[in-house]
Design a protein around this ligand. Structure first.
Ligand SMILES: Cc1cc2nc3c(=O)[nH]c(=O)nc-3n(C[C@H](O)[C@H](O)[C@H](O)COP(=O)(O)O)c2cc1C
Length: 399
């Protein structure tokens, strides 16, 4: 009995590929290890294997349509009750639909509604797998944090050898077991994340701010919630939506963030401070819009409170992680900040030419005292959030 699987709730999404029959074996293995398994089959999958095979193995109904018992809203209920969903074999068609948000059957609708980890195991002819459309669709899914269990090279149904064979059962089982274990790493823990820019106004419509969008902190909040944490997100002005299921408190200025952080972050198990807090604010704020004149405008800027340093002073048992957005001499500046603010770790973020801001890719490294260092690599923000939380979990374990 695998302890990671025992007692878990798993959804298997089976698509219309020849490898569909192999999922019967996996289903049986999961049931033998103590999982409760719900199987969703696409209409095309039913051409390859009978639903009865799966319902016999799971001793549960198999779901094949949105419309069998629509009053029970199966697409929402199934993914709410489960901890992880594996799509295997994932056809080129279903991968494309998932990548583009198409929800025209029970499986794709459930996938769109899923806030649980989604694992995708493609299986198809090598020409289909190597087609640029499939390659790009899989890259999109990876960037959004879906785990892809790569297919293998070997004998394909077309009686030729190539890439595209469904990964063997042991790899699918391990991917599920690891996702379930990861889902527990922050169970019951309080995680507070700060995100976004601040705005420091000098009249009712003008302010000093920066290019932060909050995307990194939002991705971290979503990922921490997926791993079972009770997340509080302190979020600055941004057009990005905070993740569902996360308590979000809004701020505009650095002083507001300072107050929120002292009220909500102190005493958390983990604090990750990604917010780009203005170091200065205008000394005076005009109550009315400043009128245009031919004179230069002189705005005297005064120092804002240092949110991260204040959290460092009140650290207690909190694992405190800062972000260092730097344009030069990155590592030296980050290490100096790590020591001065009593942080447990710091993420170095190269922000030359505004890189690192917004929804695209970023390159990060994690540093900790005693010359500790781990490259988090270049990836989308969801993937980087997952890698950072993995690294934090390991660091906390070694304490
Ligand atoms: C005999 C046969 C085998 C197929 N095997 C695969 C396969 O292994 N992978 C794949 O992506 N599509 C395969 N297809 C094509 C899919 O069945 C087809 O794209 C279908 O629309 C997929 O529907 P679904 O994604 O809703 O399950 C196969 C089709 C046939 C007729």
């Amino acid at each position: 009995m695998d302890r990671r699987i025992d007692g878990s709730r798993v959804v298997l999404g089976v698509c219309g590929g020849i490898a569909a029959y192999k999922i019967a074996g996996l289903t049986s293995t999961l049931v033998q290890h103590g999982a409760t398994v719900d199987v969703i089959m696409t209409a095309e999958a039913e051409r390859f294997v009978g639903a009865l095979t799966f319902s016999s193995l799971t001793a549960r109904p198999v779901y094949t349509s949105l419309w069998d018992a629509p009053e029970r809203i199966p697409h929402i209920r199934l993914v709410r009750e489960a901890q992880v969903i594996l799509v295997a074999p994932a056809t080129a068609n279903t991968i494309a639909k998932l990548a583009h948000g198409i929800a025209d059957d029970l499986l794709t609708t459930a996938l769109l509604a899923a806030r649980i980890p989604v694992i995708v195991a493609p299986a198809m002819n090598s020409a289909m797998y190597e087609h640029p459309a499939t390659v790009e669709n899989l890259a999109l899914l990876r960037a959004r944090g879906y785990e892809i269990v790569e297919p293998e090279r070997g004998f394909l149904a077309e009686r030729e050898s190539g890439i595209g064979r469904l990964a063997p059962e042991e790899r699918l089982f391990e991917a599920l077991a690891n996702a379930l274990a990861r889902g527990e790493t922050f169970r019951g823990e309080r995680v507070t994340i700060t995100a976004g820019p601040t705005r420091e106004a000098f009249d009712p419509i003008r302010f000093v701010s920066n290019a932060s969008t909050g995307a990194t902190g939002i991705a971290l909040a979503r990922e921490a919630a997926l791993r079972g944490a009770e997340v509080t997100l302190l979020l600055g002005p941004t057009h990005l939506e905070p993740p569902a299921g996360v308590r979000t408190l809004r701020f505009t200025t650095a002083e507001q963030l300072y107050d929120l952080a002292l009220a909500h972050a102190v005493g958390s198990d983990v604090v990750i401070a990604t917010a780009a807090v203005a170091d200065w604010r205008p000394h005076e704020r005009s109550e009315t819009k400043l009128k245009k004149s031919d004179d230069d405008l002189h705005v005297r800027m005064v120092r804002n409170p240092d949110v991260l340093a204040a959290l460092g002073e009140r650290k207690g048992a909190t694992f405190l992680v800062g972000f260092a957005a730097e344009t030069d001499d990155h590592e030296a500046h980050a290490r100096e900040k790590l020591a001065r603010k009593h942080l447990d770790a710091i993420v170095v973020n190269d922000v030359r030419d505004e890189r690192g801001f917004g929804p695209g890719e970023n390159t990060l490294a994690l540093l900790w005292p005693g010359d500790g260092r781990r490259e988090l690599g270049t990836a989308g923000k969801t993937m980087l959030a997952a890698r950072l939380l993995d690294a934090i979990t390991e660091l906390r374990r070694t304490r």
